[in-house]
Design a protein around this ligand. Sequence first.
Ligand code: XLS
Ligand code: NI
Ligand code: NI
Length: 480
Amino acid sequence: MKRMELGKILFLLICSSLTIAGAVGAPPTCPATDVGGECGDADDWKGEFFPGIPNIKYEGPSSKNPLAYKWYNAQEEILGKKMKDWLRFSVAFWHTFRGTGGDPFGGATKFWPWEDGTNSLAMAKRRMRANFEFLKKLGVDRWCFHDRDIAPDGKTLEESNANLDEVVALAKELQGTEIRPLWGTAQLFVHPRYMHGAATSPEVAVYAYAAAQVKKAMEVTHYLGGENYVFWGGREGYQTLLNTDMGRELDHLARFLEAAVAYKKKIGFNGTLLIEPKPQEPTKHQYDWDVATTANFLQKYGLFGEFKINVECNHATLSGHSCHHELETARLHGLLGNIDANTGDPQIGWDTDQFLTDIGEATMVMISVVRNGGLAPGGFNFDAKLRRESTDVEDLFIAHIGGMDTLARGLRNVAKLIEDGSLNDLVKKRYESFDTEFGAQIEAGKVDFESLEKKAMAWGEPKVPSAKQELAEMIFQSAL
Ligand code: XLS
Ligand code: NI
Ligand code: NI
């Protein structure tokens, strides 16, 4: 099977598993550690969901304890800010609590002890309790969710909204004063009604349904104290242009986003609206292809200033860019709002959503974040999942600890690079010919072609210096 075909099928399977998680495969009939030993009311869980897992603490780089931070020390100050304020980590509910490990060739591999094999409302509440115990043990005070990961779809929109309200009320109680959503979003890609898109569906009834879902998802995000709201256009794109009026679909998408801006203001939600680009998967071509395409879309429709961008590293590589490129492009446009922290696999051509473990990559990511002065009110959302073969509850912790330590290490490396200063000097030196009177005039837009021609003739053939690329790489490596 061709790589991309396999990728698409895999993605669809992952997406469908978002709503039917627990119903796939053969889950255990009763939770392993259920004190009463009964599977009646799923909100009956007694005791800890993660017995034996301690609160995760910083132990420093020499620690060999897999359940400890080696580089992430929340309260430590680096470059004038606490690590926790640079990094603002968040757990993605869908991967951590709804991921099944399914792939195109096999069903679920993960059967967490608290799952009863249903997608009931009671099960949704129990899962929410597990989420908050997980966050507290990890020492992370932000989480991200889709409406339909946290509460089951009902038979009608009213019923779905009521389900959501019930779970959200519990989440609000469990959040306490410390924990908040980094962002919320609406799942507009799993249900078959969205097969042609949501805001870009040719069916007006689907457009309306999607709007109603976003309206509700914005309300609950606001109610929970969410700091941002995300639009990922999972099916806002096309499979073939032969049946698609692309101009009309883009206009519809812009109208939809305009209405979201108006509603945000109406309900007094002060969070940032974020668009998350992705070039393809599940559609052949998605409209929010990459940061530059999204920036142009916002500009064209007069939406600049109302939205920022959520850069996902694995989406960056799918669009043929590095994550660093996407972050820098967003930053230069004043659009860098949040990062979906994950990574792809160099040999697999789809969105594998792995936890970032590459220190060099993390250092480049953190270069952009530091240049941006941080991400707040955005942060780092672990849009990342355990691989199919990782099936212990403990692996959920190990994966997050690894991802957090990698980014923390990236931050420490940026501090080293800044302190050393030689990479900065190298870049500055490359452009020093513009640090002249004439160069400054060019940069100020005061030099016309005639004066440039005069200079070119006076100067003769330019002497072109080396780019010092290998030296730049050597300096960078020495900080890792
Ligand atoms: C899928 C996206 C999705 C968004 C939220 O590829 O990354 O998970 O982050 O809808
Ligand atoms: Ni994402
Ligand atoms: Ni993704």
